[in-house]
Design a protein around this ligand. Structure first.
Ligand code: NI
Length: 185
């Protein structure tokens, strides 16, 4: 397994549509393993393929030590609403309140290419919606009001101090110290 660089806000791949995975083969499983390793090192709870520069429709999630792989996920049903603060590994240290469905019913393929369905509430439901958005080129800041979105982007640019790089390299030790506050997806 290897740690992958994470693409950050401004990288075009984060805005692109992913492509359907035709067959969950060893190459896709290697990507899944690398994504888990990268997500854990970055102290995230979710990571989608475009965030590591890939265009496969694949995301990984781990909430309370329960890992989920979703390949070609689709939301079949949404119910209710919930609002909570969200962050993203591709926009580190930026957070904002996002309205999401309270409950989702999702279908996807697992790491063996087997179809499964999942009913989720609360944080898992939020995380599924956030990651599935990534697979369609959407980011959580898109849901913020205009002023809050502008404030988030300007804070992000300030934190970057003129750095124009489109990826960040995850160093497990460094990141573990940095992120003590919130969960990023
Ligand atoms: Ni994210």
């Amino acid at each position: 397994m290897s740690l992958l660089d994470i693409y950050v806000l401004g990288a075009p791949i984060l805005r692109q549509e992913t492509r359907v995975v035709e067959k969950v083969d060893d190459g896709v499983r290697r990507l899944i393993d690398d994504m888990f390793e990268t997500m854990y090192a970055a102290k995230g709870i979710g990571l989608a393929a475009p965030q590591v520069g890939r265009s496969e429709r694949v995301a990984v999630i781990d909430i309370d030590q329960k890992p989920y792989v979703i390949v070609n996920p689709e939301i079949l049903q949404r119910e209710g609403t919930q609002r909570a603060e969200e962050g993203c590994l591709s926009i580190p240290e930026i957070y904002g309140d996002v309205d999401r469905a309270a409950h989702v019913h999702v279908k996807a393929l697992d790491r063996n290419g087997e179809a499964f369905e999942l009913q989720a509430d609360e944080l898992l439901a939020r995380c599924l919606q956030h990651e599935i958005d990534h697979l369609h080129g959407r980011l959580f800041i898109d849901y913020l009001g205009l002023l809050k979105r502008r404030a988030a982007i300007s804070k992000w640019e300030k934190l970057r101090k003129g750095d124009k790089s489109l990826t960040r390299t995850i160093s497990p030790r460094e990141v573990a110290e940095q992120h003590t506050r919130d969960e990023e997806l």
